[in-house]
Every structure is written in C-alpha cells, then in structure tokens.
Write a protein that binds this ligand. Structure first.
Ligand SMILES: [Zn+2]
Length: 266
C-alpha cells in the first residue's frame, strides 16, 4: 500500500485496539486513544525507511534521506547475508529487514525505553517523530506541495500540547502498566502495532512481505507472505483508494466511539 493508506490503517488499528482494551476492562483515557492513534499512524509508515521514494524518506529532509540510504544498505546486507538457497539474490533492501517481526519488536522496545528513561524530552522526541509521519501520511493532500517546515512546526506544537495533556494523572501516561516506573511504557505498543499493520498492508499487495524472518519456510528464510495471488492488488490501485481507505475510516470511527464508551456496540 502507499503512505496514506498505511497511516490510515495504523490509526484505525489503534482505535480498534482501544475498543478491544475497553472490552477487556482496560479502557483508554481519551489522550491515550488519540496519542496512540497518531503514533500508530506514524509508525505504520516507518518500515518503508528502506525505500527512497517513500513518504518517510522525505519527512525529515536530508536527515531522513540519508537514514533511508543507510537502512537500505544494512537491510540489503542482512538479506544477502542470511538468505537460504530458495531466496533469490537481490540488489536493494526494500521490503526485507524493516518488514519483519524482529524489527517491529526492536523499534517498539526502543520507543518504550526512550519514553520511560528519557523523561519528558524522550516522550516529546518519540511524539514529534511520529506526529510528523502521521501528518505526512494522513494529511498527504494538504502537505503534497512541500510545506515540510509547516509540518514540523505543527508536529512540534502538537507533541508539546499532547505530552502536557498525557502527563496529568488519569490522562493515560500510566495506561495498562500501572506500577511505579512504568509510565509511558505503553507507547511501544502502538509503535509495534503500526509496523505490523504496515506489513499486513504490504502482504496483500502484489509483492508480499517476508514478515517471519528469520524463521525459514521451506527453502526460504525471506518467504514473501501474502494473500492468495488472485486476491492481491497493486499498491495505489483503486481497491486501495476506493475500498480499503474508506473501510479503515469506518472501522476507526466506530472503534473510537466504542473505545470512549459513547455508545455501546457490545
Ligand atoms: Zn512497505
């Protein structure tokens, strides 16, 4: 899928997680629901850090373009270094290392650690990065013209305000993990969820996604998982724009209403 569909699916996934959590007796305070949805929308773009034309490589100017090149080289090296007989040799690392579960876990744990140990500035940093991505993904029509400076200002202001809202007792910094020292630990969950949803999104398009690496399937360690071939569609096709994106909006909207307990769907 393309950036906008990825980020929309990320936001919808977190809102759905909010509805599920409410069902299991851990309702999210509204700031957790909102901040988590934005983080998840941003995190759902992050695996394409191995792909220069992707939204994420433009998000932070030369810095993200450079990071993109580095990540792609590392991904390519890991691919060719760990491939088995059935995996073809390849040039370029797109849809390899950053599209696997170990990567999702790594960035999730990393984000939680930054927020738990980094204090306010750690939370602000993680929020800022994901808000920039979320704005680039969700408001892509408005951002298309290249007003990246405005996006950064908007994300910085948003991160500042949301970090303040989250901080107050009962507003969600201690959602799910309630012991002392576990504040903001939950922030890793939308990061992991965003990466997983991205992989699912790629698995239903033509190319598939080697999500299970390094667990081998047959003679392949980079087996491109996906739906049956006749069901797959091209990234950016009408199915994505006219069917999936409206569907994500409906799922997200209903889940949000349910997660906040505004109406009882259960
Ligand atoms: Zn991807």
């Amino acid at each position: 899928m393309m950036g906008p569909a990825h980020s929309l699916s990320g936001a919808a996934a977190w809102l759905a997680a909010g509805a599920v959590a409410a069902g299991y007796g851990h309702p999210m305070p509204w700031p957790t629901l909102v901040v988590g949805a934005l983080i998840c929308a941003g995190a759902a773009l992050a695996p394409d850090l191995d792909h220069k034309p992707a939204t994420i490589s433009r998000a932070f100017g030369p810095l993200s373009r450079l990071l993109c090149v580095i990540v792609e080289h590392i991904a390519e090296a890991v691919y060719n270094g760990t491939r088995m007989k059935g995996d073809p040799h390849r040039n370029g690392g797109h849809r390899t290392l950053t599209h696997t579960w170990p990567w999702a876990v790594l960035i999730g744990v990393g984000s939680s650690a930054i927020c738990v140990y980094g204090g306010r500035w750690g939370v602000l940093g993680v929020l800022f990065v994901h808000l920039v991505l979320a704005i680039d993904g969700l408001l892509w029509r408005q951002v298309k013209g290249g007003h990246q400076l405005i996006v950064w200002l908007l994300a910085a202001t948003g991160a500042w305000i949301l970090a303040d809202v989250l901080k107050d007792p009962g507003n969600g910094k201690a959602w799910l993990f309630t012991q002392p020292g576990q504040q903001y630990l939950w922030i890793g969950i939308p990061v992991v969820l965003g990466a997983l949803v991205h992989c699912i999104g790629d698995a239903i398009t033509v190319s598939g996604c080697p999500f299970l690496w390094p667990i081998p399937i047959g003679r392949k360690r980079w087996y491109p998982l996906g739906t049956p071939h006749f069901m797959r569609f091209r990234a950016g096709s009408a199915v994505e724009l006219k069917v999936l994106m409206p569907m994500f909006m409906v799922i997200g909207g209903l889940s949000c209403v349910d997660a906040l307990g505004l109406i009882k769907l259960r």
